[in-house]
Design a protein around this ligand. Structure first.
Ligand code: GDP
Length: 424
């Protein structure tokens, strides 16, 4: 079977987790290839409700091998806590169904401290970081100032490496931020409490994937966040610090030779955005509050209320193109059932012109949404399982979005449960 990627087309929180949970049944391997524990997939299945931050969503399926690739920000402390929580609900996690890349860099406790300290320094200019240490982590990775997970198997070298990094980090912590320096004892504690626990899961995932690929196994690549948060193609500087695009998946997984044939871009039936930055289609006031409540739009990681708006077709078309999406999963259509008329942001107005090309990030603040209204359907659609059984207005909405994005919508999700899905 072909290899696929499930990726976000918008600002994240599109419902990728539920799509991966649904589709893992068809794949042998699920790989997380970028990002860290700064976002969360919510997955609801027969085992309960789970907020996954770093673990791949295939962890619930028996027989599926889950991989954390070299592109992820591997936080041993938070990963171990997440594993403990999921295992506590009866899910088995062993080195057979979870493999961590030996080439993944370790997110250190000081990365979280630095994230917090920098947000505090920025005060009202802050980015709205989740303070999981992701930006300091990736900057260190590209400065080559991280340790790799596989170094845990070389304790002598690891100790010397960590000592060097700590000396350097302490200079920044103390002289730039006036914070407490790290000690070797503190790092030892971190090593024994968390790193030792995840050590049995660490291996050469590139080699594993290559072999699996040669044997004809099918691989599903799972991303965090969405196109508009991609470090290179997103709304800079309000992006994340990694590449959220499907094109990066083979690199961030340890297997650059793998080809991805299906890219399932996940689009939410309306827009949400967490944190600061331009959000052209943003709704305010009561209208926004109602949509937020209907969609339960509060961060899986932080509980923060998400900013909301109508679907943004300019941003979504761009996002789908950047993902090179071959098909679209449209999620949370049921949430719009309360509306008489459904607003959609069809274009932007920028410098007196109507545009449909997503603008350069610095121009986004000046862009105004052009809103059109489609008919609502005003009935419960959460039990519908066939496209032709949807009310006509709901079908029209889906087809309108499909035309605007220029990519077939093959899944329409009408509820959070695994089975609440229409496959076209
Ligand atoms: P992800 O990070 O892209 O997986 O997205 P989140 O997990 O942050 O957000 C998706 C949220 O919407 C979760 O709480 C899901 O359970 C829920 N959800 C997903 N699909 C649907 C749907 O079609 N309808 C409704 N009502 N909720 C959904």
């Amino acid at each position: 079977m072909a290899n696929s990627a499930i990726v976000g087309v918008n600002w994240g929180d599109e419902g990728k987790g539920r799509m991966v949970d649904l589709l893992t049944e068809n794949y042998d391997i699920v790989v997380r290839f970028q990002g860290g524990g700064n976002a969360g997939h919510t997955v609801i299945n027969d085992r309960g409700k789970f907020a996954l931050h770093l673990l791949p969503s295939g962890i619930f399926r028996e027989g599926v091998v889950n991989i954390l690739g070299n592109g992820v920000a591997l936080d041993p402390e938070n990963l171990w806590k997440e594993m403990t929580e999921v295992m506590g609900k009866g899910v088995s996690i062993t080195p057979d169904n979870l493999k961590i890349s030996s080439r993944a860099s370790l997110l250190m406790p000081w990365h979280r401290d630095l994230d917090e300290l920098e947000e505090r320094r920025l005060k009202d200019k802050k980015f709205g970081s989740t303070k999981q240490g992701i930006a300091p982590f990736y900057s260190d990775k590209y400065q080559k100032k991280t340790v790799l997970a596989g170094e845990l198997f070389y304790p002598e070298k690891l100790r010397a490496h960590l000592r060097d990094l700590m000396e350097w980090k302490n200079l920044i912590l103390t002289s730039v931020y006036g914070a407490e320096p790290y000690t070797e004892e503190r790092l030892d504690e971190w090593l024994s409490s968390y790193c030792e626990r995840i050590k049995p899961f660490i291996c050469d995932t590139g080699e594993y994937l290559k072999r699996a690929h040669d044997e004809g196994k099918s691989i599903l690549f799972e991303a965090q966040l969405g196109s508009l948060r991609d470090i290179d193609y997103g709304i800079h500087p309000f992006t994340t610090s990694s590449n959220t695009l499907a094109a990066y998946a083979p690199i961030g997984s340890g297997c650059p030779q793998v080809k991805i044939t299906n890219v399932i871009g996940v689009v939410k039936a309306y827009s949400t955005c967490v944190g600061e930055g331009p959000f052209v289609c943003e709704m305010e006031g009561e209208e926004a509050e109602r949509l937020r409540q209907e969609g339960a739009e509060y961060g899986a990681k932080t509980g923060r209320p998400r900013r909301v708006g109508p679907i943004d077709l300019v941003a979504t078309r761009y996002g789908a193109e950047m993902q090179a999406a071959t098909e679209i999963a449209l999620t949370k259509l049921d949430v719009l059932s309360y509306l008489d008329k459904i607003p959609v942001c069809s274009h932007y107005e920028l410098d007196g012109e109507i545009v449909d090309i997503f603008p350069f990030p610095a121009a986004l603040d000046d862009a105004k949404p052009v809103i059109e209204y489609l008919d609502g359907w005003k009935c419960d659609i959460s039990k519908v399982r066939r496209f032709e059984d949807l009310p006509e207005a709901a079908r029209e909405y889906v087809l309108y979005v499909q035309r605007a994005i220029g990519c077939p919508i093959t899944y329409v999700s009408v509820g959070p449960e695994r089975e609440s899905i229409i496959i076209r």
